[in-house]
Design a protein around this ligand. Structure first.
Ligand SMILES: Cc1ncc(COP(=O)(O)O)c(C=O)c1O
Length: 385
């Protein structure tokens, strides 16, 4: 027997947990993104110039140290009018979701989500428990509040709601979110506010009075720091103490921690970027109306379009024009849908011009939209982001 075979034989007795074998895989389609990035809902431009200055001031000696999260948590907490114990910095909201699942879900517990939504919820929940309840939107893709509330059981231990939601751009009112928290006192409600800046309504002001509410924010979108990987959880200090136990003390790297205080201090920059998106979003929706493309009204930095049977052709043809889009057909209830990110003015202009040229090139017509209505691709084929 050669060495390779011997090693393979030995490995047969090593198995991951059953939940790991059964959980879905995360495959972000990140190859070949040297084009206009209207595919991942990132900031399409650049972060505050103050962040770049801070980056250049980082010393070689500074890189030798383990990062200190706590002083930066104090600064971030003060920015939100919270106590330091009410804030936990994380390696992006992706890690925050992972930590919440690892902290609060036993294998027999249930988690509750709304679909279509962000696929990392499925991945992280199913790492802990197979009992993921999904409440599907109807064809409007609006939040199905009554059916969602009816999905809460005494076994529900974690509820995750994104507002604005990805990939739909739909929002959930504060009133409904507070009603969900009140209806499930045995569960943690995580409100994912990754796209907060493009909408402006938040429940972060409620974390001191609603004991089971935890709000997540990211610095990957409006702040333009996706590559640094920074997010946060804001919530009840007692709940976050448990999450802190599960988190590595060095989960956020020192470069990110150095940059975060200057990024949040430059409020003018974030307000400018959010404004670019809000204006651009109106222009995009107006443009789509003009082109006859059905879409879902959005409160985020993207718009979900209903292209129909030529959805793949559109994504490929746009790539050939140097513009990246994301096909969302594999999301539940989204057959034929394609998402376009809204960025700064120039990028919206280029995106719209390419869309106009491409739709005509592929011979798109509104009739093709109804051809896919009601079809669904299986969960296993889904892409992520
Ligand atoms: C709803 C939602 N939450 C969280 C994230 C991930 O954020 P982060 O980059 O902080 O991990 C995304 C990214 O697309 C998202 O759409």
């Amino acid at each position: 027997m050669n060495v390779t075979m011997e090693v393979a034989n030995q490995l047969k007795s090593v198995r991951p947990r059953k939940a790991v074998l059964e959980m879905p895989e995360y495959h972000p389609p990140l190859a070949g993104r040297e084009a206009l990035r209207l595919d991942f809902n990132e900031n399409t431009f650049e972060p505050s110039p103050r962040v770049m200055e801070r980056l250049l001031a980082i010393t070689a000696e500074g890189l030798t140290k383990y990062p200190e999260r706590e002083p930066v948590e104090r600064i971030v907490a003060a920015h939100f009018g919270l106590q330091a114990e009410q804030v936990l910095l994380t390696n992006g909201v992706d890690e925050a979701i992972h930590l919440l699942c690892a902290t609060f879900l036993e294998a027999e517990d249930e988690a509750l989500v709304w679909t279509p939504s962000f696929f990392m919820y499925d991945v992280s929940v199913q790492m802990m428990t197979p009992h993921l309840r999904k409440v599907q939107s109807d064809a409007t893709l609006a939040f199905p509040v009554e059916r969602f509330m009816a999905g809460i059981t005494e076994r529900t231990k974690l509820i995750i709601v994104a507002s604005p939601n990805n990939p739909t751009g739909a929002v959930v009112s504060r009133e409904h979110l507070l009603a969900i928290a009140a209806a499930a006192p045995q569960a943690v409600l995580m409100v994912d506010e990754a796209y907060y800046h493009f909408h402006g309504e938040s429940t972060i002001g409620d974390v001191s009075t609603v004991p089971n509410l935890i709000v997540a924010r990211t610095f990957s979108k409006a702040y333009g720091l996706a590559s640094l990987r920074i997010g946060l959880l804001a919530g009840n200090a007692k709940l976050l103490k448990y999450v802190r136990k599960v988190s590595s003390p060095y989960n956020v790297n020192g470069v990110a921690l150095d940059c975060l205080p200057v990024a949040i201090a430059d409020e003018e920059y974030v307000a400018w970027y959010a404004d670019q998106v809000r204006v651009g979003r109106e222009r995009m929706m107006e443009g789509l109306r003009g082109l006859g493309v059905p879409f879902f009204p959005s409160q985020a930095n993207f718009v979900l379009m209903n292209i129909g049977s030529k959805h793949k052709e559109l994504v490929a043809a746009m790539r050939a024009h140097g513009v990246l889009l994301r096909g969302r057909s594999a999301d539940p209830g989204c057959a034929g849908f394609v998402r376009i990110t809204i960025g700064v003015e120039e990028h919206v202009t280029r995106g719209l011009a390419a869309l106009k040229a491409t739709l005509s090139e592929i011979g798109w017509s509104k009739q093709q939209v109804s051809e896919l209505a009601g079809q669904q691709v299986s969960d296993g084929e889904r892409e992520f982001e």
